[in-house]
Design a binder for this molecule. Structure first.
Ligand code: SF4
Length: 610
């Protein structure tokens, strides 16, 4: 808290690493609120997922016991718009599409037509009861939705917007700040200038990947098939003298397929910067002007489709429009900040991959201050540089609040999942399996085996048949519901075993307190796959910071391992062992100093638990 007070006074930034359960949320909110009340600032607490807002609301209520403050949660229409229950056809709408539909309905309500009944209710009721209760109880978003239903059945999304001006703390998902359009709207609703905003970023280790994804674009062959169908619906207009709309969509499909055949090695391939434009010119038998004309005409037709659907009250979606804007971006994007990639498989695609997360996160420098919190953000300098914070940003790594004796981290130096070794040493995997089975036999304690990938997990899945204990699997593409039910069953069964992946949803987002998890076995080191995408990122970081390997290989690998190991201790009284089956862990001895070599893992685990 002292560090936070200092950086608020200095109008600077803080990155703080501190273990789960150490009280990061309350320690960041309390001084920020105090400062904001004194200096007329506002606090925006950003979370990766909607469910993480709950903790912020709980802490605000605790503060409220001592000091009158008002805080509120904000989420998108998908979670707050009651009309979506009446109109299932809108459920799959993107934020932008729902915003357009909502805008039209509100306008109709204001004009006295058949707009949105929840908005009309809002126009005809005051929300004093909702406001008073929200200020008294600081409801979570779902509770606020319930309040709005009870008091006048008013639109919770719009009522929430009205209250944002009065709140001192707002908690919202990342997108509300890192998407420029949504940020402008949010600052307007909050009635605050960005320089008066204190931003707290929760689970900050996710931010770089999130920001890269936010600014990346893809065009798939399947999307082009949909665009071709859409062009038939609008009479397949001409784009140039020799090319109609569905012809252009087919041409693009062929172009992606041929680019994939030419450049993909294994998973993906780098596309030379001017390749697609040149291919388009050659296929159109024209200059770059003809390519521009084709794209502009596509934009126009796509826009007409969107507007026509919008007038009919349907989701204003156009695959033609999406295709055209992708091509516009692809042709215009800054070569130094993006990698142009192609991938093959069932649904080949072009991807403009954003290499520089600071394109989205650089805006943090315009705030009064920003505070970045994570349980595992080591190496901190990588985070600071990646997201574009100044060199003098305060970096704080706090020791774990838990007793060191409660966790044992050991590794074997005669095992590895290194590709070359596995290819040469046929005994390596059977030896690892034998050791894991011995641990299954010996310890009836909840155990998760973490793998670097689903494909390696599959090579070990046969050992599930060797034990009588209950075994569960994290599966690729599992729905959130399926995953949660699998995790719930695992937690309920004493001595259960789970197969999961490092960097997956189980290793990064789920708590296993008490005896819900006592042994974590890490089979291999989760190095990033050497894809063309990853190589581009490595080269970019080499050019920009001279630290390609440190920032794009070492940093994410350490974080994934630490997240997996971190599942063991969530509370002061938890105890657990992490066993790493890979000698390459010695490359990370500065980052994971507690890892010690073991020659007798079974005995060492026994000693620890005894
Ligand atoms: Fe939904 Fe509210 Fe918009 Fe109506 S006004 S469409 S209820 S968000």
């Amino acid at each position: 808290m002292e560090h936070i007070c200092n950086i608020l006074e200095k109008k600077s930034h803080l990155i703080a690493e501190s273990g789960t359960g150490s009280g990061k949320t309350i320690c960041s909110i309390a001084p920020s609120v105090e400062y904001s009340l004194k200096h007329k600032k506002k606090v925006l607490y950003l979370t990766r997922t909607n469910s993480q807002q709950k903790q912020v609301i709980i802490e605000l209520r605790k503060i409220q016991d001592k000091k009158k403050i008002f805080g509120i949660g904000m989420q998108g229409r998908k979670n707050m718009c009651p009309l979506l229950d009446d109109r299932p056809d809108l459920e799959k709408g993107s934020a932008e599409e729902l915003s357009k539909i909502c805008g039209d309905l509100k306008k109709a309500s204001i004009d006295g037509g058949k707009g949105c009944k929840y908005y009309s209710n809002l126009l005809n009721h005051d929300i004093d009861d909702v406001r008073a209760l929200a200020k008294r109880d600081i409801p979570a978003v779902e509770e606020f939705v319930g309040l709005c239903k009870e008091y006048g059945d008013v639109c919770p999304y719009e009522a929430n917007k009205l209250l944002l001006k009065e709140a001192i703390v707002i908690t919202a998902p990342y997108i509300y700040f890192f998407s420029p359009i949504i940020r402008r709207a949010l600052l307007d609703w909050m009635n605050v200038h960005i320089s008066d905003l204190i931003v707290i970023v929760d689970e900050a280790h996710n931010l770089s990947d999130y920001a890269r994804e936010l600014y990346s674009r893809e065009l798939t062959v399947r999307a082009l098939e949909l665009a071709a169908l859409e062009s038939q619906d609008i009479g397949n207009p001409q784009l140039t003298t020799d090319l109609d709309l569905s012809g252009a969509c087919n041409m693009m499909q062929n172009l992606i397929q041929s680019t994939a055949s030419e450049y993909v090695i294994d998973d993906d391939g780098l596309v030379p910067p001017t390749e697609i434009r040149e291919q388009l010119m050659s296929r159109l038998k024209g200059t770059s002007r003809e390519v521009q004309v084709m794209i502009m005409n596509m934009v126009t037709h796509g826009d007409i489709v969107r507007e026509t659907k919008r007038k009919k009250g349907k989701l204003p979606r156009s695959h033609i429009f999406k295709t055209a804007t992708f091509l516009q971006d692809w042709v215009m994007l800054e070569e130094s900040e993006y990698a142009k990639l192609v991938s093959a498989g069932d649904n080949p695609q072009l991807e403009a991959y954003c290499l520089n997360p600071a394109k989205a996160t650089g805006i943090l420098n315009d705030c009064h201050s920003s505070i970045h919190l994570s349980g595992t953000i080591n190496p901190i300098m990588e985070y600071r540089d990646s997201i574009g914070l100044p060199q003098d940003t305060d970096c704080l790594s706090l020791p774990s609040p838990f007793d060191k004796k409660n966790r044992l981290v050991i590794f074997t130096d005669d095992m590895t999942t290194k590709y070359d070794t596995l290819a040469q040493d046929e005994e390596m995997i059977p030896n690892m399996k034998k050791l894991i089975c011995e641990i299954f036999d010996k310890y009836h304690r909840n155990t998760i085996i973490f793998f670097p990938s689903f494909s390696l997990l599959a090579r070990f899945s046969d050992i599930a048949a060797e034990t009588k204990r209950d075994v569960y699997f994290e599966e690729q593409g599992m729905s959130q519901e399926e995953l949660m039910s699998t995790v719930k069953n695992f937690k309920l069964k004493e001595g259960a075993i789970m197969f999961a992946v490092m960097g997956g949803r189980i290793s990064e987002g789920i708590d296993f307190p008490d005896r819900e998890l006592e042994i974590a076995i890490l089979v291999g080191i989760p190095f990033p796959k050497p894809t063309a995408k990853h190589r581009s990122l490595l080269n970019y970081y080499d050019r920009k910071f001279g630290k390609g390997w440190e920032y794009t290989v070492k940093a994410p690998t350490v974080r994934k391992m630490m997240q997996s190991i971190g599942r063991l201790l969530r509370r002061e009284s938890d105890r657990g062992v992490a066993l790493i089956l890979d000698s390459r862990i010695t490359q990370f001895k500065n980052e994971i100093p507690e890892a010690s070599i073991t020659e007798k893992p079974i005995e060492d685990i026994e000693l620890f638990f005894n």
